[in-house]
Design a protein around this ligand. Sequence first.
Ligand SMILES: *[C@@H]1O[C@H](CO)[C@@H](O)[C@H](O)[C@H]1NC(C)=O
Ligand SMILES: *[C@@H]1O[C@H](CO)[C@@H](O)[C@H](O)[C@H]1NC(C)=O
Ligand SMILES: *[C@@H]1O[C@H](CO)[C@@H](O)[C@H](O)[C@H]1NC(C)=O
Length: 518
Amino acid sequence: MMIPFHHILFACVSLTCTEGLLSPSTVDQTTKYDTDSPNIPKQVHIGFGGTTNEMIVMWSTRQNDSSFVEYHNGDNSKENVKTSRGNTVYFPENSNGLQYLHRVVLTNLQPSVKYYYAVRGEKRESLSDQFSFTTPNSDGKQVFMIYGDMGTMTKSLPFIVYEATGEMKYSSIFHLGDIAYDLGREHGAIGDKFFSRVERMASRIPYMTIPGDHEMFPDSKNHYFHRISNPGKEWPMHPEDMWYSVNIGKVHFICISTEVFFTNKENIQKIMDWLVQDLEEANSRRQKYPWVIVMAHRPLYCSTDDKNEDCTKTHSVVRTHLEDMFYFYGVDLVFSGHQHMYERTWPVYKNRVLAYNYLDPRGTVHIVIGNMGNIYLAEKGSRPGGPWSSFISPSQHEMYGRLHVHNSSHIYWEVRGAQDNDLYDKRWIIQRIHGPFNKSSIFIPDPLGAAGAAWREQQDDSSDIISLRFFYMNGDDYTNRVTVLAFTIIILLFGLCFKKKILNIIRLCFVKQESLPK
Ligand SMILES: *[C@@H]1O[C@H](CO)[C@@H](O)[C@H](O)[C@H]1NC(C)=O
Ligand SMILES: *[C@@H]1O[C@H](CO)[C@@H](O)[C@H](O)[C@H]1NC(C)=O
Ligand SMILES: *[C@@H]1O[C@H](CO)[C@@H](O)[C@H](O)[C@H]1NC(C)=O
């Protein structure tokens, strides 16, 4: 866009919602956010409950009040409007913001239904604007918006809000940690500012988060536990319970905290046990939810010049803990932030590229999408940190990702500029054999039989460049190796069959040269 597109967007974003009200007489929309009325609900945001049939609605008020949500599915006749009650928590640490936090869980929602809702306290005068959300369908195509590391100073935040509420009809948003920079800063004023700024989208599209390092800062962690309510967890949340999984459409999303490996180490065993259990279950239900996708703040693989970053290290703490597990349980994709850049890897395991394509990958594909930045521009990626790096954005643009889950086998991933929607990267990922990666999908009998297998066991893998083992390793990159072997054999056979002809041609060349006149 050449024209000052931002201005148009700002105009669009600031348009008032024109949907009807639950009871039009009770709310004066134009003045709502100007009044300092203590009980006007602010910072409304939603997120999935334990399943997509549940929606958690949260908001804040200045004074103590009860928590109610009135909602209906489009028919606002009196008998169809339901009211759910939730609870209020006093959060004194938010001393520069709204200290009463409200949470109501709506249950038994139907799939693919547009629900209209408004929140209120004890009295109907406190009724909020009307908002709406649409529950995802259990089949069919889904689109998810994914980004990490976004704060109140992020220049593109208004664009993100505009995009999220537009044509694309996102099933949910995933903010991969580092929220607001920081939730607790200025005694909570920044946290309040953030949730006010994202309200327009977060009140309509489930706003799913994981904690980043900034959410574990001493001044911010309680803000994270209070302002967010993760699916199926107690609220306020607990430090030992910051991870969850949720099935949306054909995807089993696993949302973890990588901070346990750094600031919250007493919980390492808890998350590891939980992951094994969750991944076991996920694999037993892969027919229904074939895609297994992990959301993590810190990446397992990244290319950056900052050698202090865990993901650049040979013995990366995050990778050491998680990579084997993700491989054994066949995690298709890992999304992360933390690095303020965009990078996509090939299917990779233990630093080894398993294929230079995305057709039935036999290893996890890693995507770093942390370039919404903080208060500065996105960082430029450095040179590739390894052969596994397939694409690093050379641009300092802020970007977000769209994950289109078409069906059980096809995912389309695209990355767009958060100022103009310019396309920066796109890729189809096709997986028709979901499941553990260490299970070889195609069985090719070992030509050397059991004796060969025993012999290969004794060989040292790293010592030679081409050994028989190179061709016979199970699992990873197996098809590529077999292809190389097949080509070598074909060339050798070709040479044998046409031995005479080839020799004749060579001889001919020499003879001709010799017979040339001097
Ligand atoms: C808020 O009000 C409820 C009901 O009136 C009361 O039970 C609760 O103690 C109050 N909370 C605070 C922190 O004042
Ligand atoms: C899955 O989606 C892709 C892309 O839309 C399509 O080409 C493919 O035929 C679909 N596969 C099935 C089994 O529906
Ligand atoms: C894959 O790895 C898991 C976990 O170590 C192991 O239990 C399983 O036997 C392995 N499968 C194969 C086919 O090697």
